[in-house]
Write a protein that binds this ligand. Structure first.
Ligand code: NCD
Length: 406
């Protein structure tokens, strides 16, 4: 996006300044209707109940999708709906997984990835463009370098709804350096699977047995509560960490290590640490992975976001980041059952020789993204109950009365 269109969006959003400046607690009720999320803009919109519902739904959907009949059932759920993917900032996984998610449910997709081929080139205001998209589609999934753009679009849709005009849900698929709530959802889904220690899971190559693990780690429990999470890399400009730590703060007895070179360009922001602490999270900062790697249950790696700085700065930050690179030697100090995640793309922070280690879950994480996003779309369009009914009918075990303990 060039500077002129950047400036145009900023000017366009000016009329929302008052609404943007409000505390989150005032905004969140406006983004939902009848206790269900309508627009998905912030990670803090998700309650633990919603997360549990969506992750369970994702597993049901992927189980159903394994048979032809199941896949056809899913495709029959939303063939009358169209999704607009407005991705004016680069994307591989988020764009493709949202497209696939919509297709799994039978939806049709349109896309704009380059505003220079839309009427924005002729000076159309981005908010007018959004209103046009809502005329042709039933949901807008958007990624922008402008942090507030998705939030403003949600307010625009609410205003249209108020005046009985066509209005559609807006999903934030990455807003500047601020938030990436659907990435946080899929990250949590992956961590829940990893910390379930279910050696029979059909969707994980990890073969971990909790009873055996307890010989070495006597206090180990299933689930996300009471665990130690490490976030490593560019914690200032990476939006995935910002969203994920807010979602993880919902879980009890959580400890978080923020690991980054001691440089203001990369260090975690104090507002994020304060938010976590207000939710009861114990927080620590470190500037080398080696200082805490043996204590972590989950390590969430991120790349240095060089696109935000100059070439000279790139070299400087790259050198600083050496202590935040996961090496085979550091890997050997990690707990046997730990999980390593990365939102991708990666650079040098995880060498590919680590990929075959069963703790490396980043490729599974990318697959999980498609199912978590399918679950989110099914929920937004209110077909989650139909999925659950089909699942119960097709997959739940018949009750064996001989086994019953009365
Ligand atoms: C991330 C993003 O775009 O925020 N990627 C993703 O969506 N999976 C992370 C990044 O760009 O580093």
């Amino acid at each position: 996006m060039n500077n002129a269109s950047h400036l145009k969006i900023e000017l366009d959003l000016g009329s929302y300044r008052g609404r943007l400046a409000r505390p989150l607690a005032m905004k969140i009720p406006e983004l939902q209707r009848n206790e269900r999320l309508t627009h998905v803009i912030f990670a803090s919109q998700f309650t633990k109940t919603t997360i549990e519902h969506l992750t369970a739904l994702a597993t049901k959907i992927r189980t159903i999708a394994r048979t032809k009949d199941g896949a056809l059932f899913l495709q029959g759920l939303l063939p009358h709906k169209r999704a607009m993917l407005y991705f004016t900032q680069v994307s591989t996984r988020t764009f493709l997984s949202f497209t696939a998610a919509a297709q799994i449910l039978g939806m049709k997709c349109s896309e704009i990835r380059d505003p220079s081929v839309s009427s924005e080139y002729k000076g159309e205001s981005p908010l007018d463009s959004m209103r046009m998209f809502s005329s042709y589609s039933d949901i807008i999934i958007m990624r922008s370098v402008i942090a507030d753009f998705a939030e403003c679009c949600a307010y625009l849709m609410n205003d249209l709804n108020e005046f009985h005009q066509r209005s559609v849900p807006v999903i934030n698929a990455g807003s500047g350096a601020d938030e990436h709530p659907t990435q946080a959802l899929l990250d949590i889904y992956t961590m829940k699977q990893a910390m379930d220690f279910n050696s029979n899971s059909e969707f994980s190559r990890r073969d971990l047995n909790l009873v055996k693990l307890r010989h070495k780690y006597p206090d180990l429990q299933r689930g996300l509560e009471g665990k130690v999470y490490g976030f490593c890399g560019d914690l200032a400009r990476g939006r995935t960490v910002r969203s994920l730590v807010q979602m993880l703060s919902l879980y009890k007895e959580v400890t978080m290590y923020f690991i980054s070179p001691d440089d203001p360009k990369l260090r975690v922001s104090s507002d994020l640490v304060a938010r976590c602490e207000a939710m009861g999270v114990r927080t620590f900062t470190a500037d080398r992975l080696t200082d805490c790697i043996g204590r972590l249950d989950v390590l969430y790696m991120t790349r240095i976001q060089h696109e935000h700085g100059s070439e000279a700065e790139k070299i400087r930050l790259q050198e600083l980041a050496a202590d935040c690179t996961l090496t085979p030697e550091l890997l050997s100090q990690m707990k046997e059952y730990a999980a390593i995640l990365h939102p991708f793309p990666r650079n040098e922070e995880i060498p590919s020789e680590i990929d075959s280690d069963p703790r490396a879950l980043y490729f599974e994480q990318a697959v999980n993204g498609m199912w978590a996003r399918t679950a989110l779309l099914a929920y937004i369009f209110d077909v989650d109950a139909a999925v659950a009914t089909y699942y119960e009918k097709s997959f739940s075990q018949f009750h064996d009365y001989n086994q019953a303990v009365l």
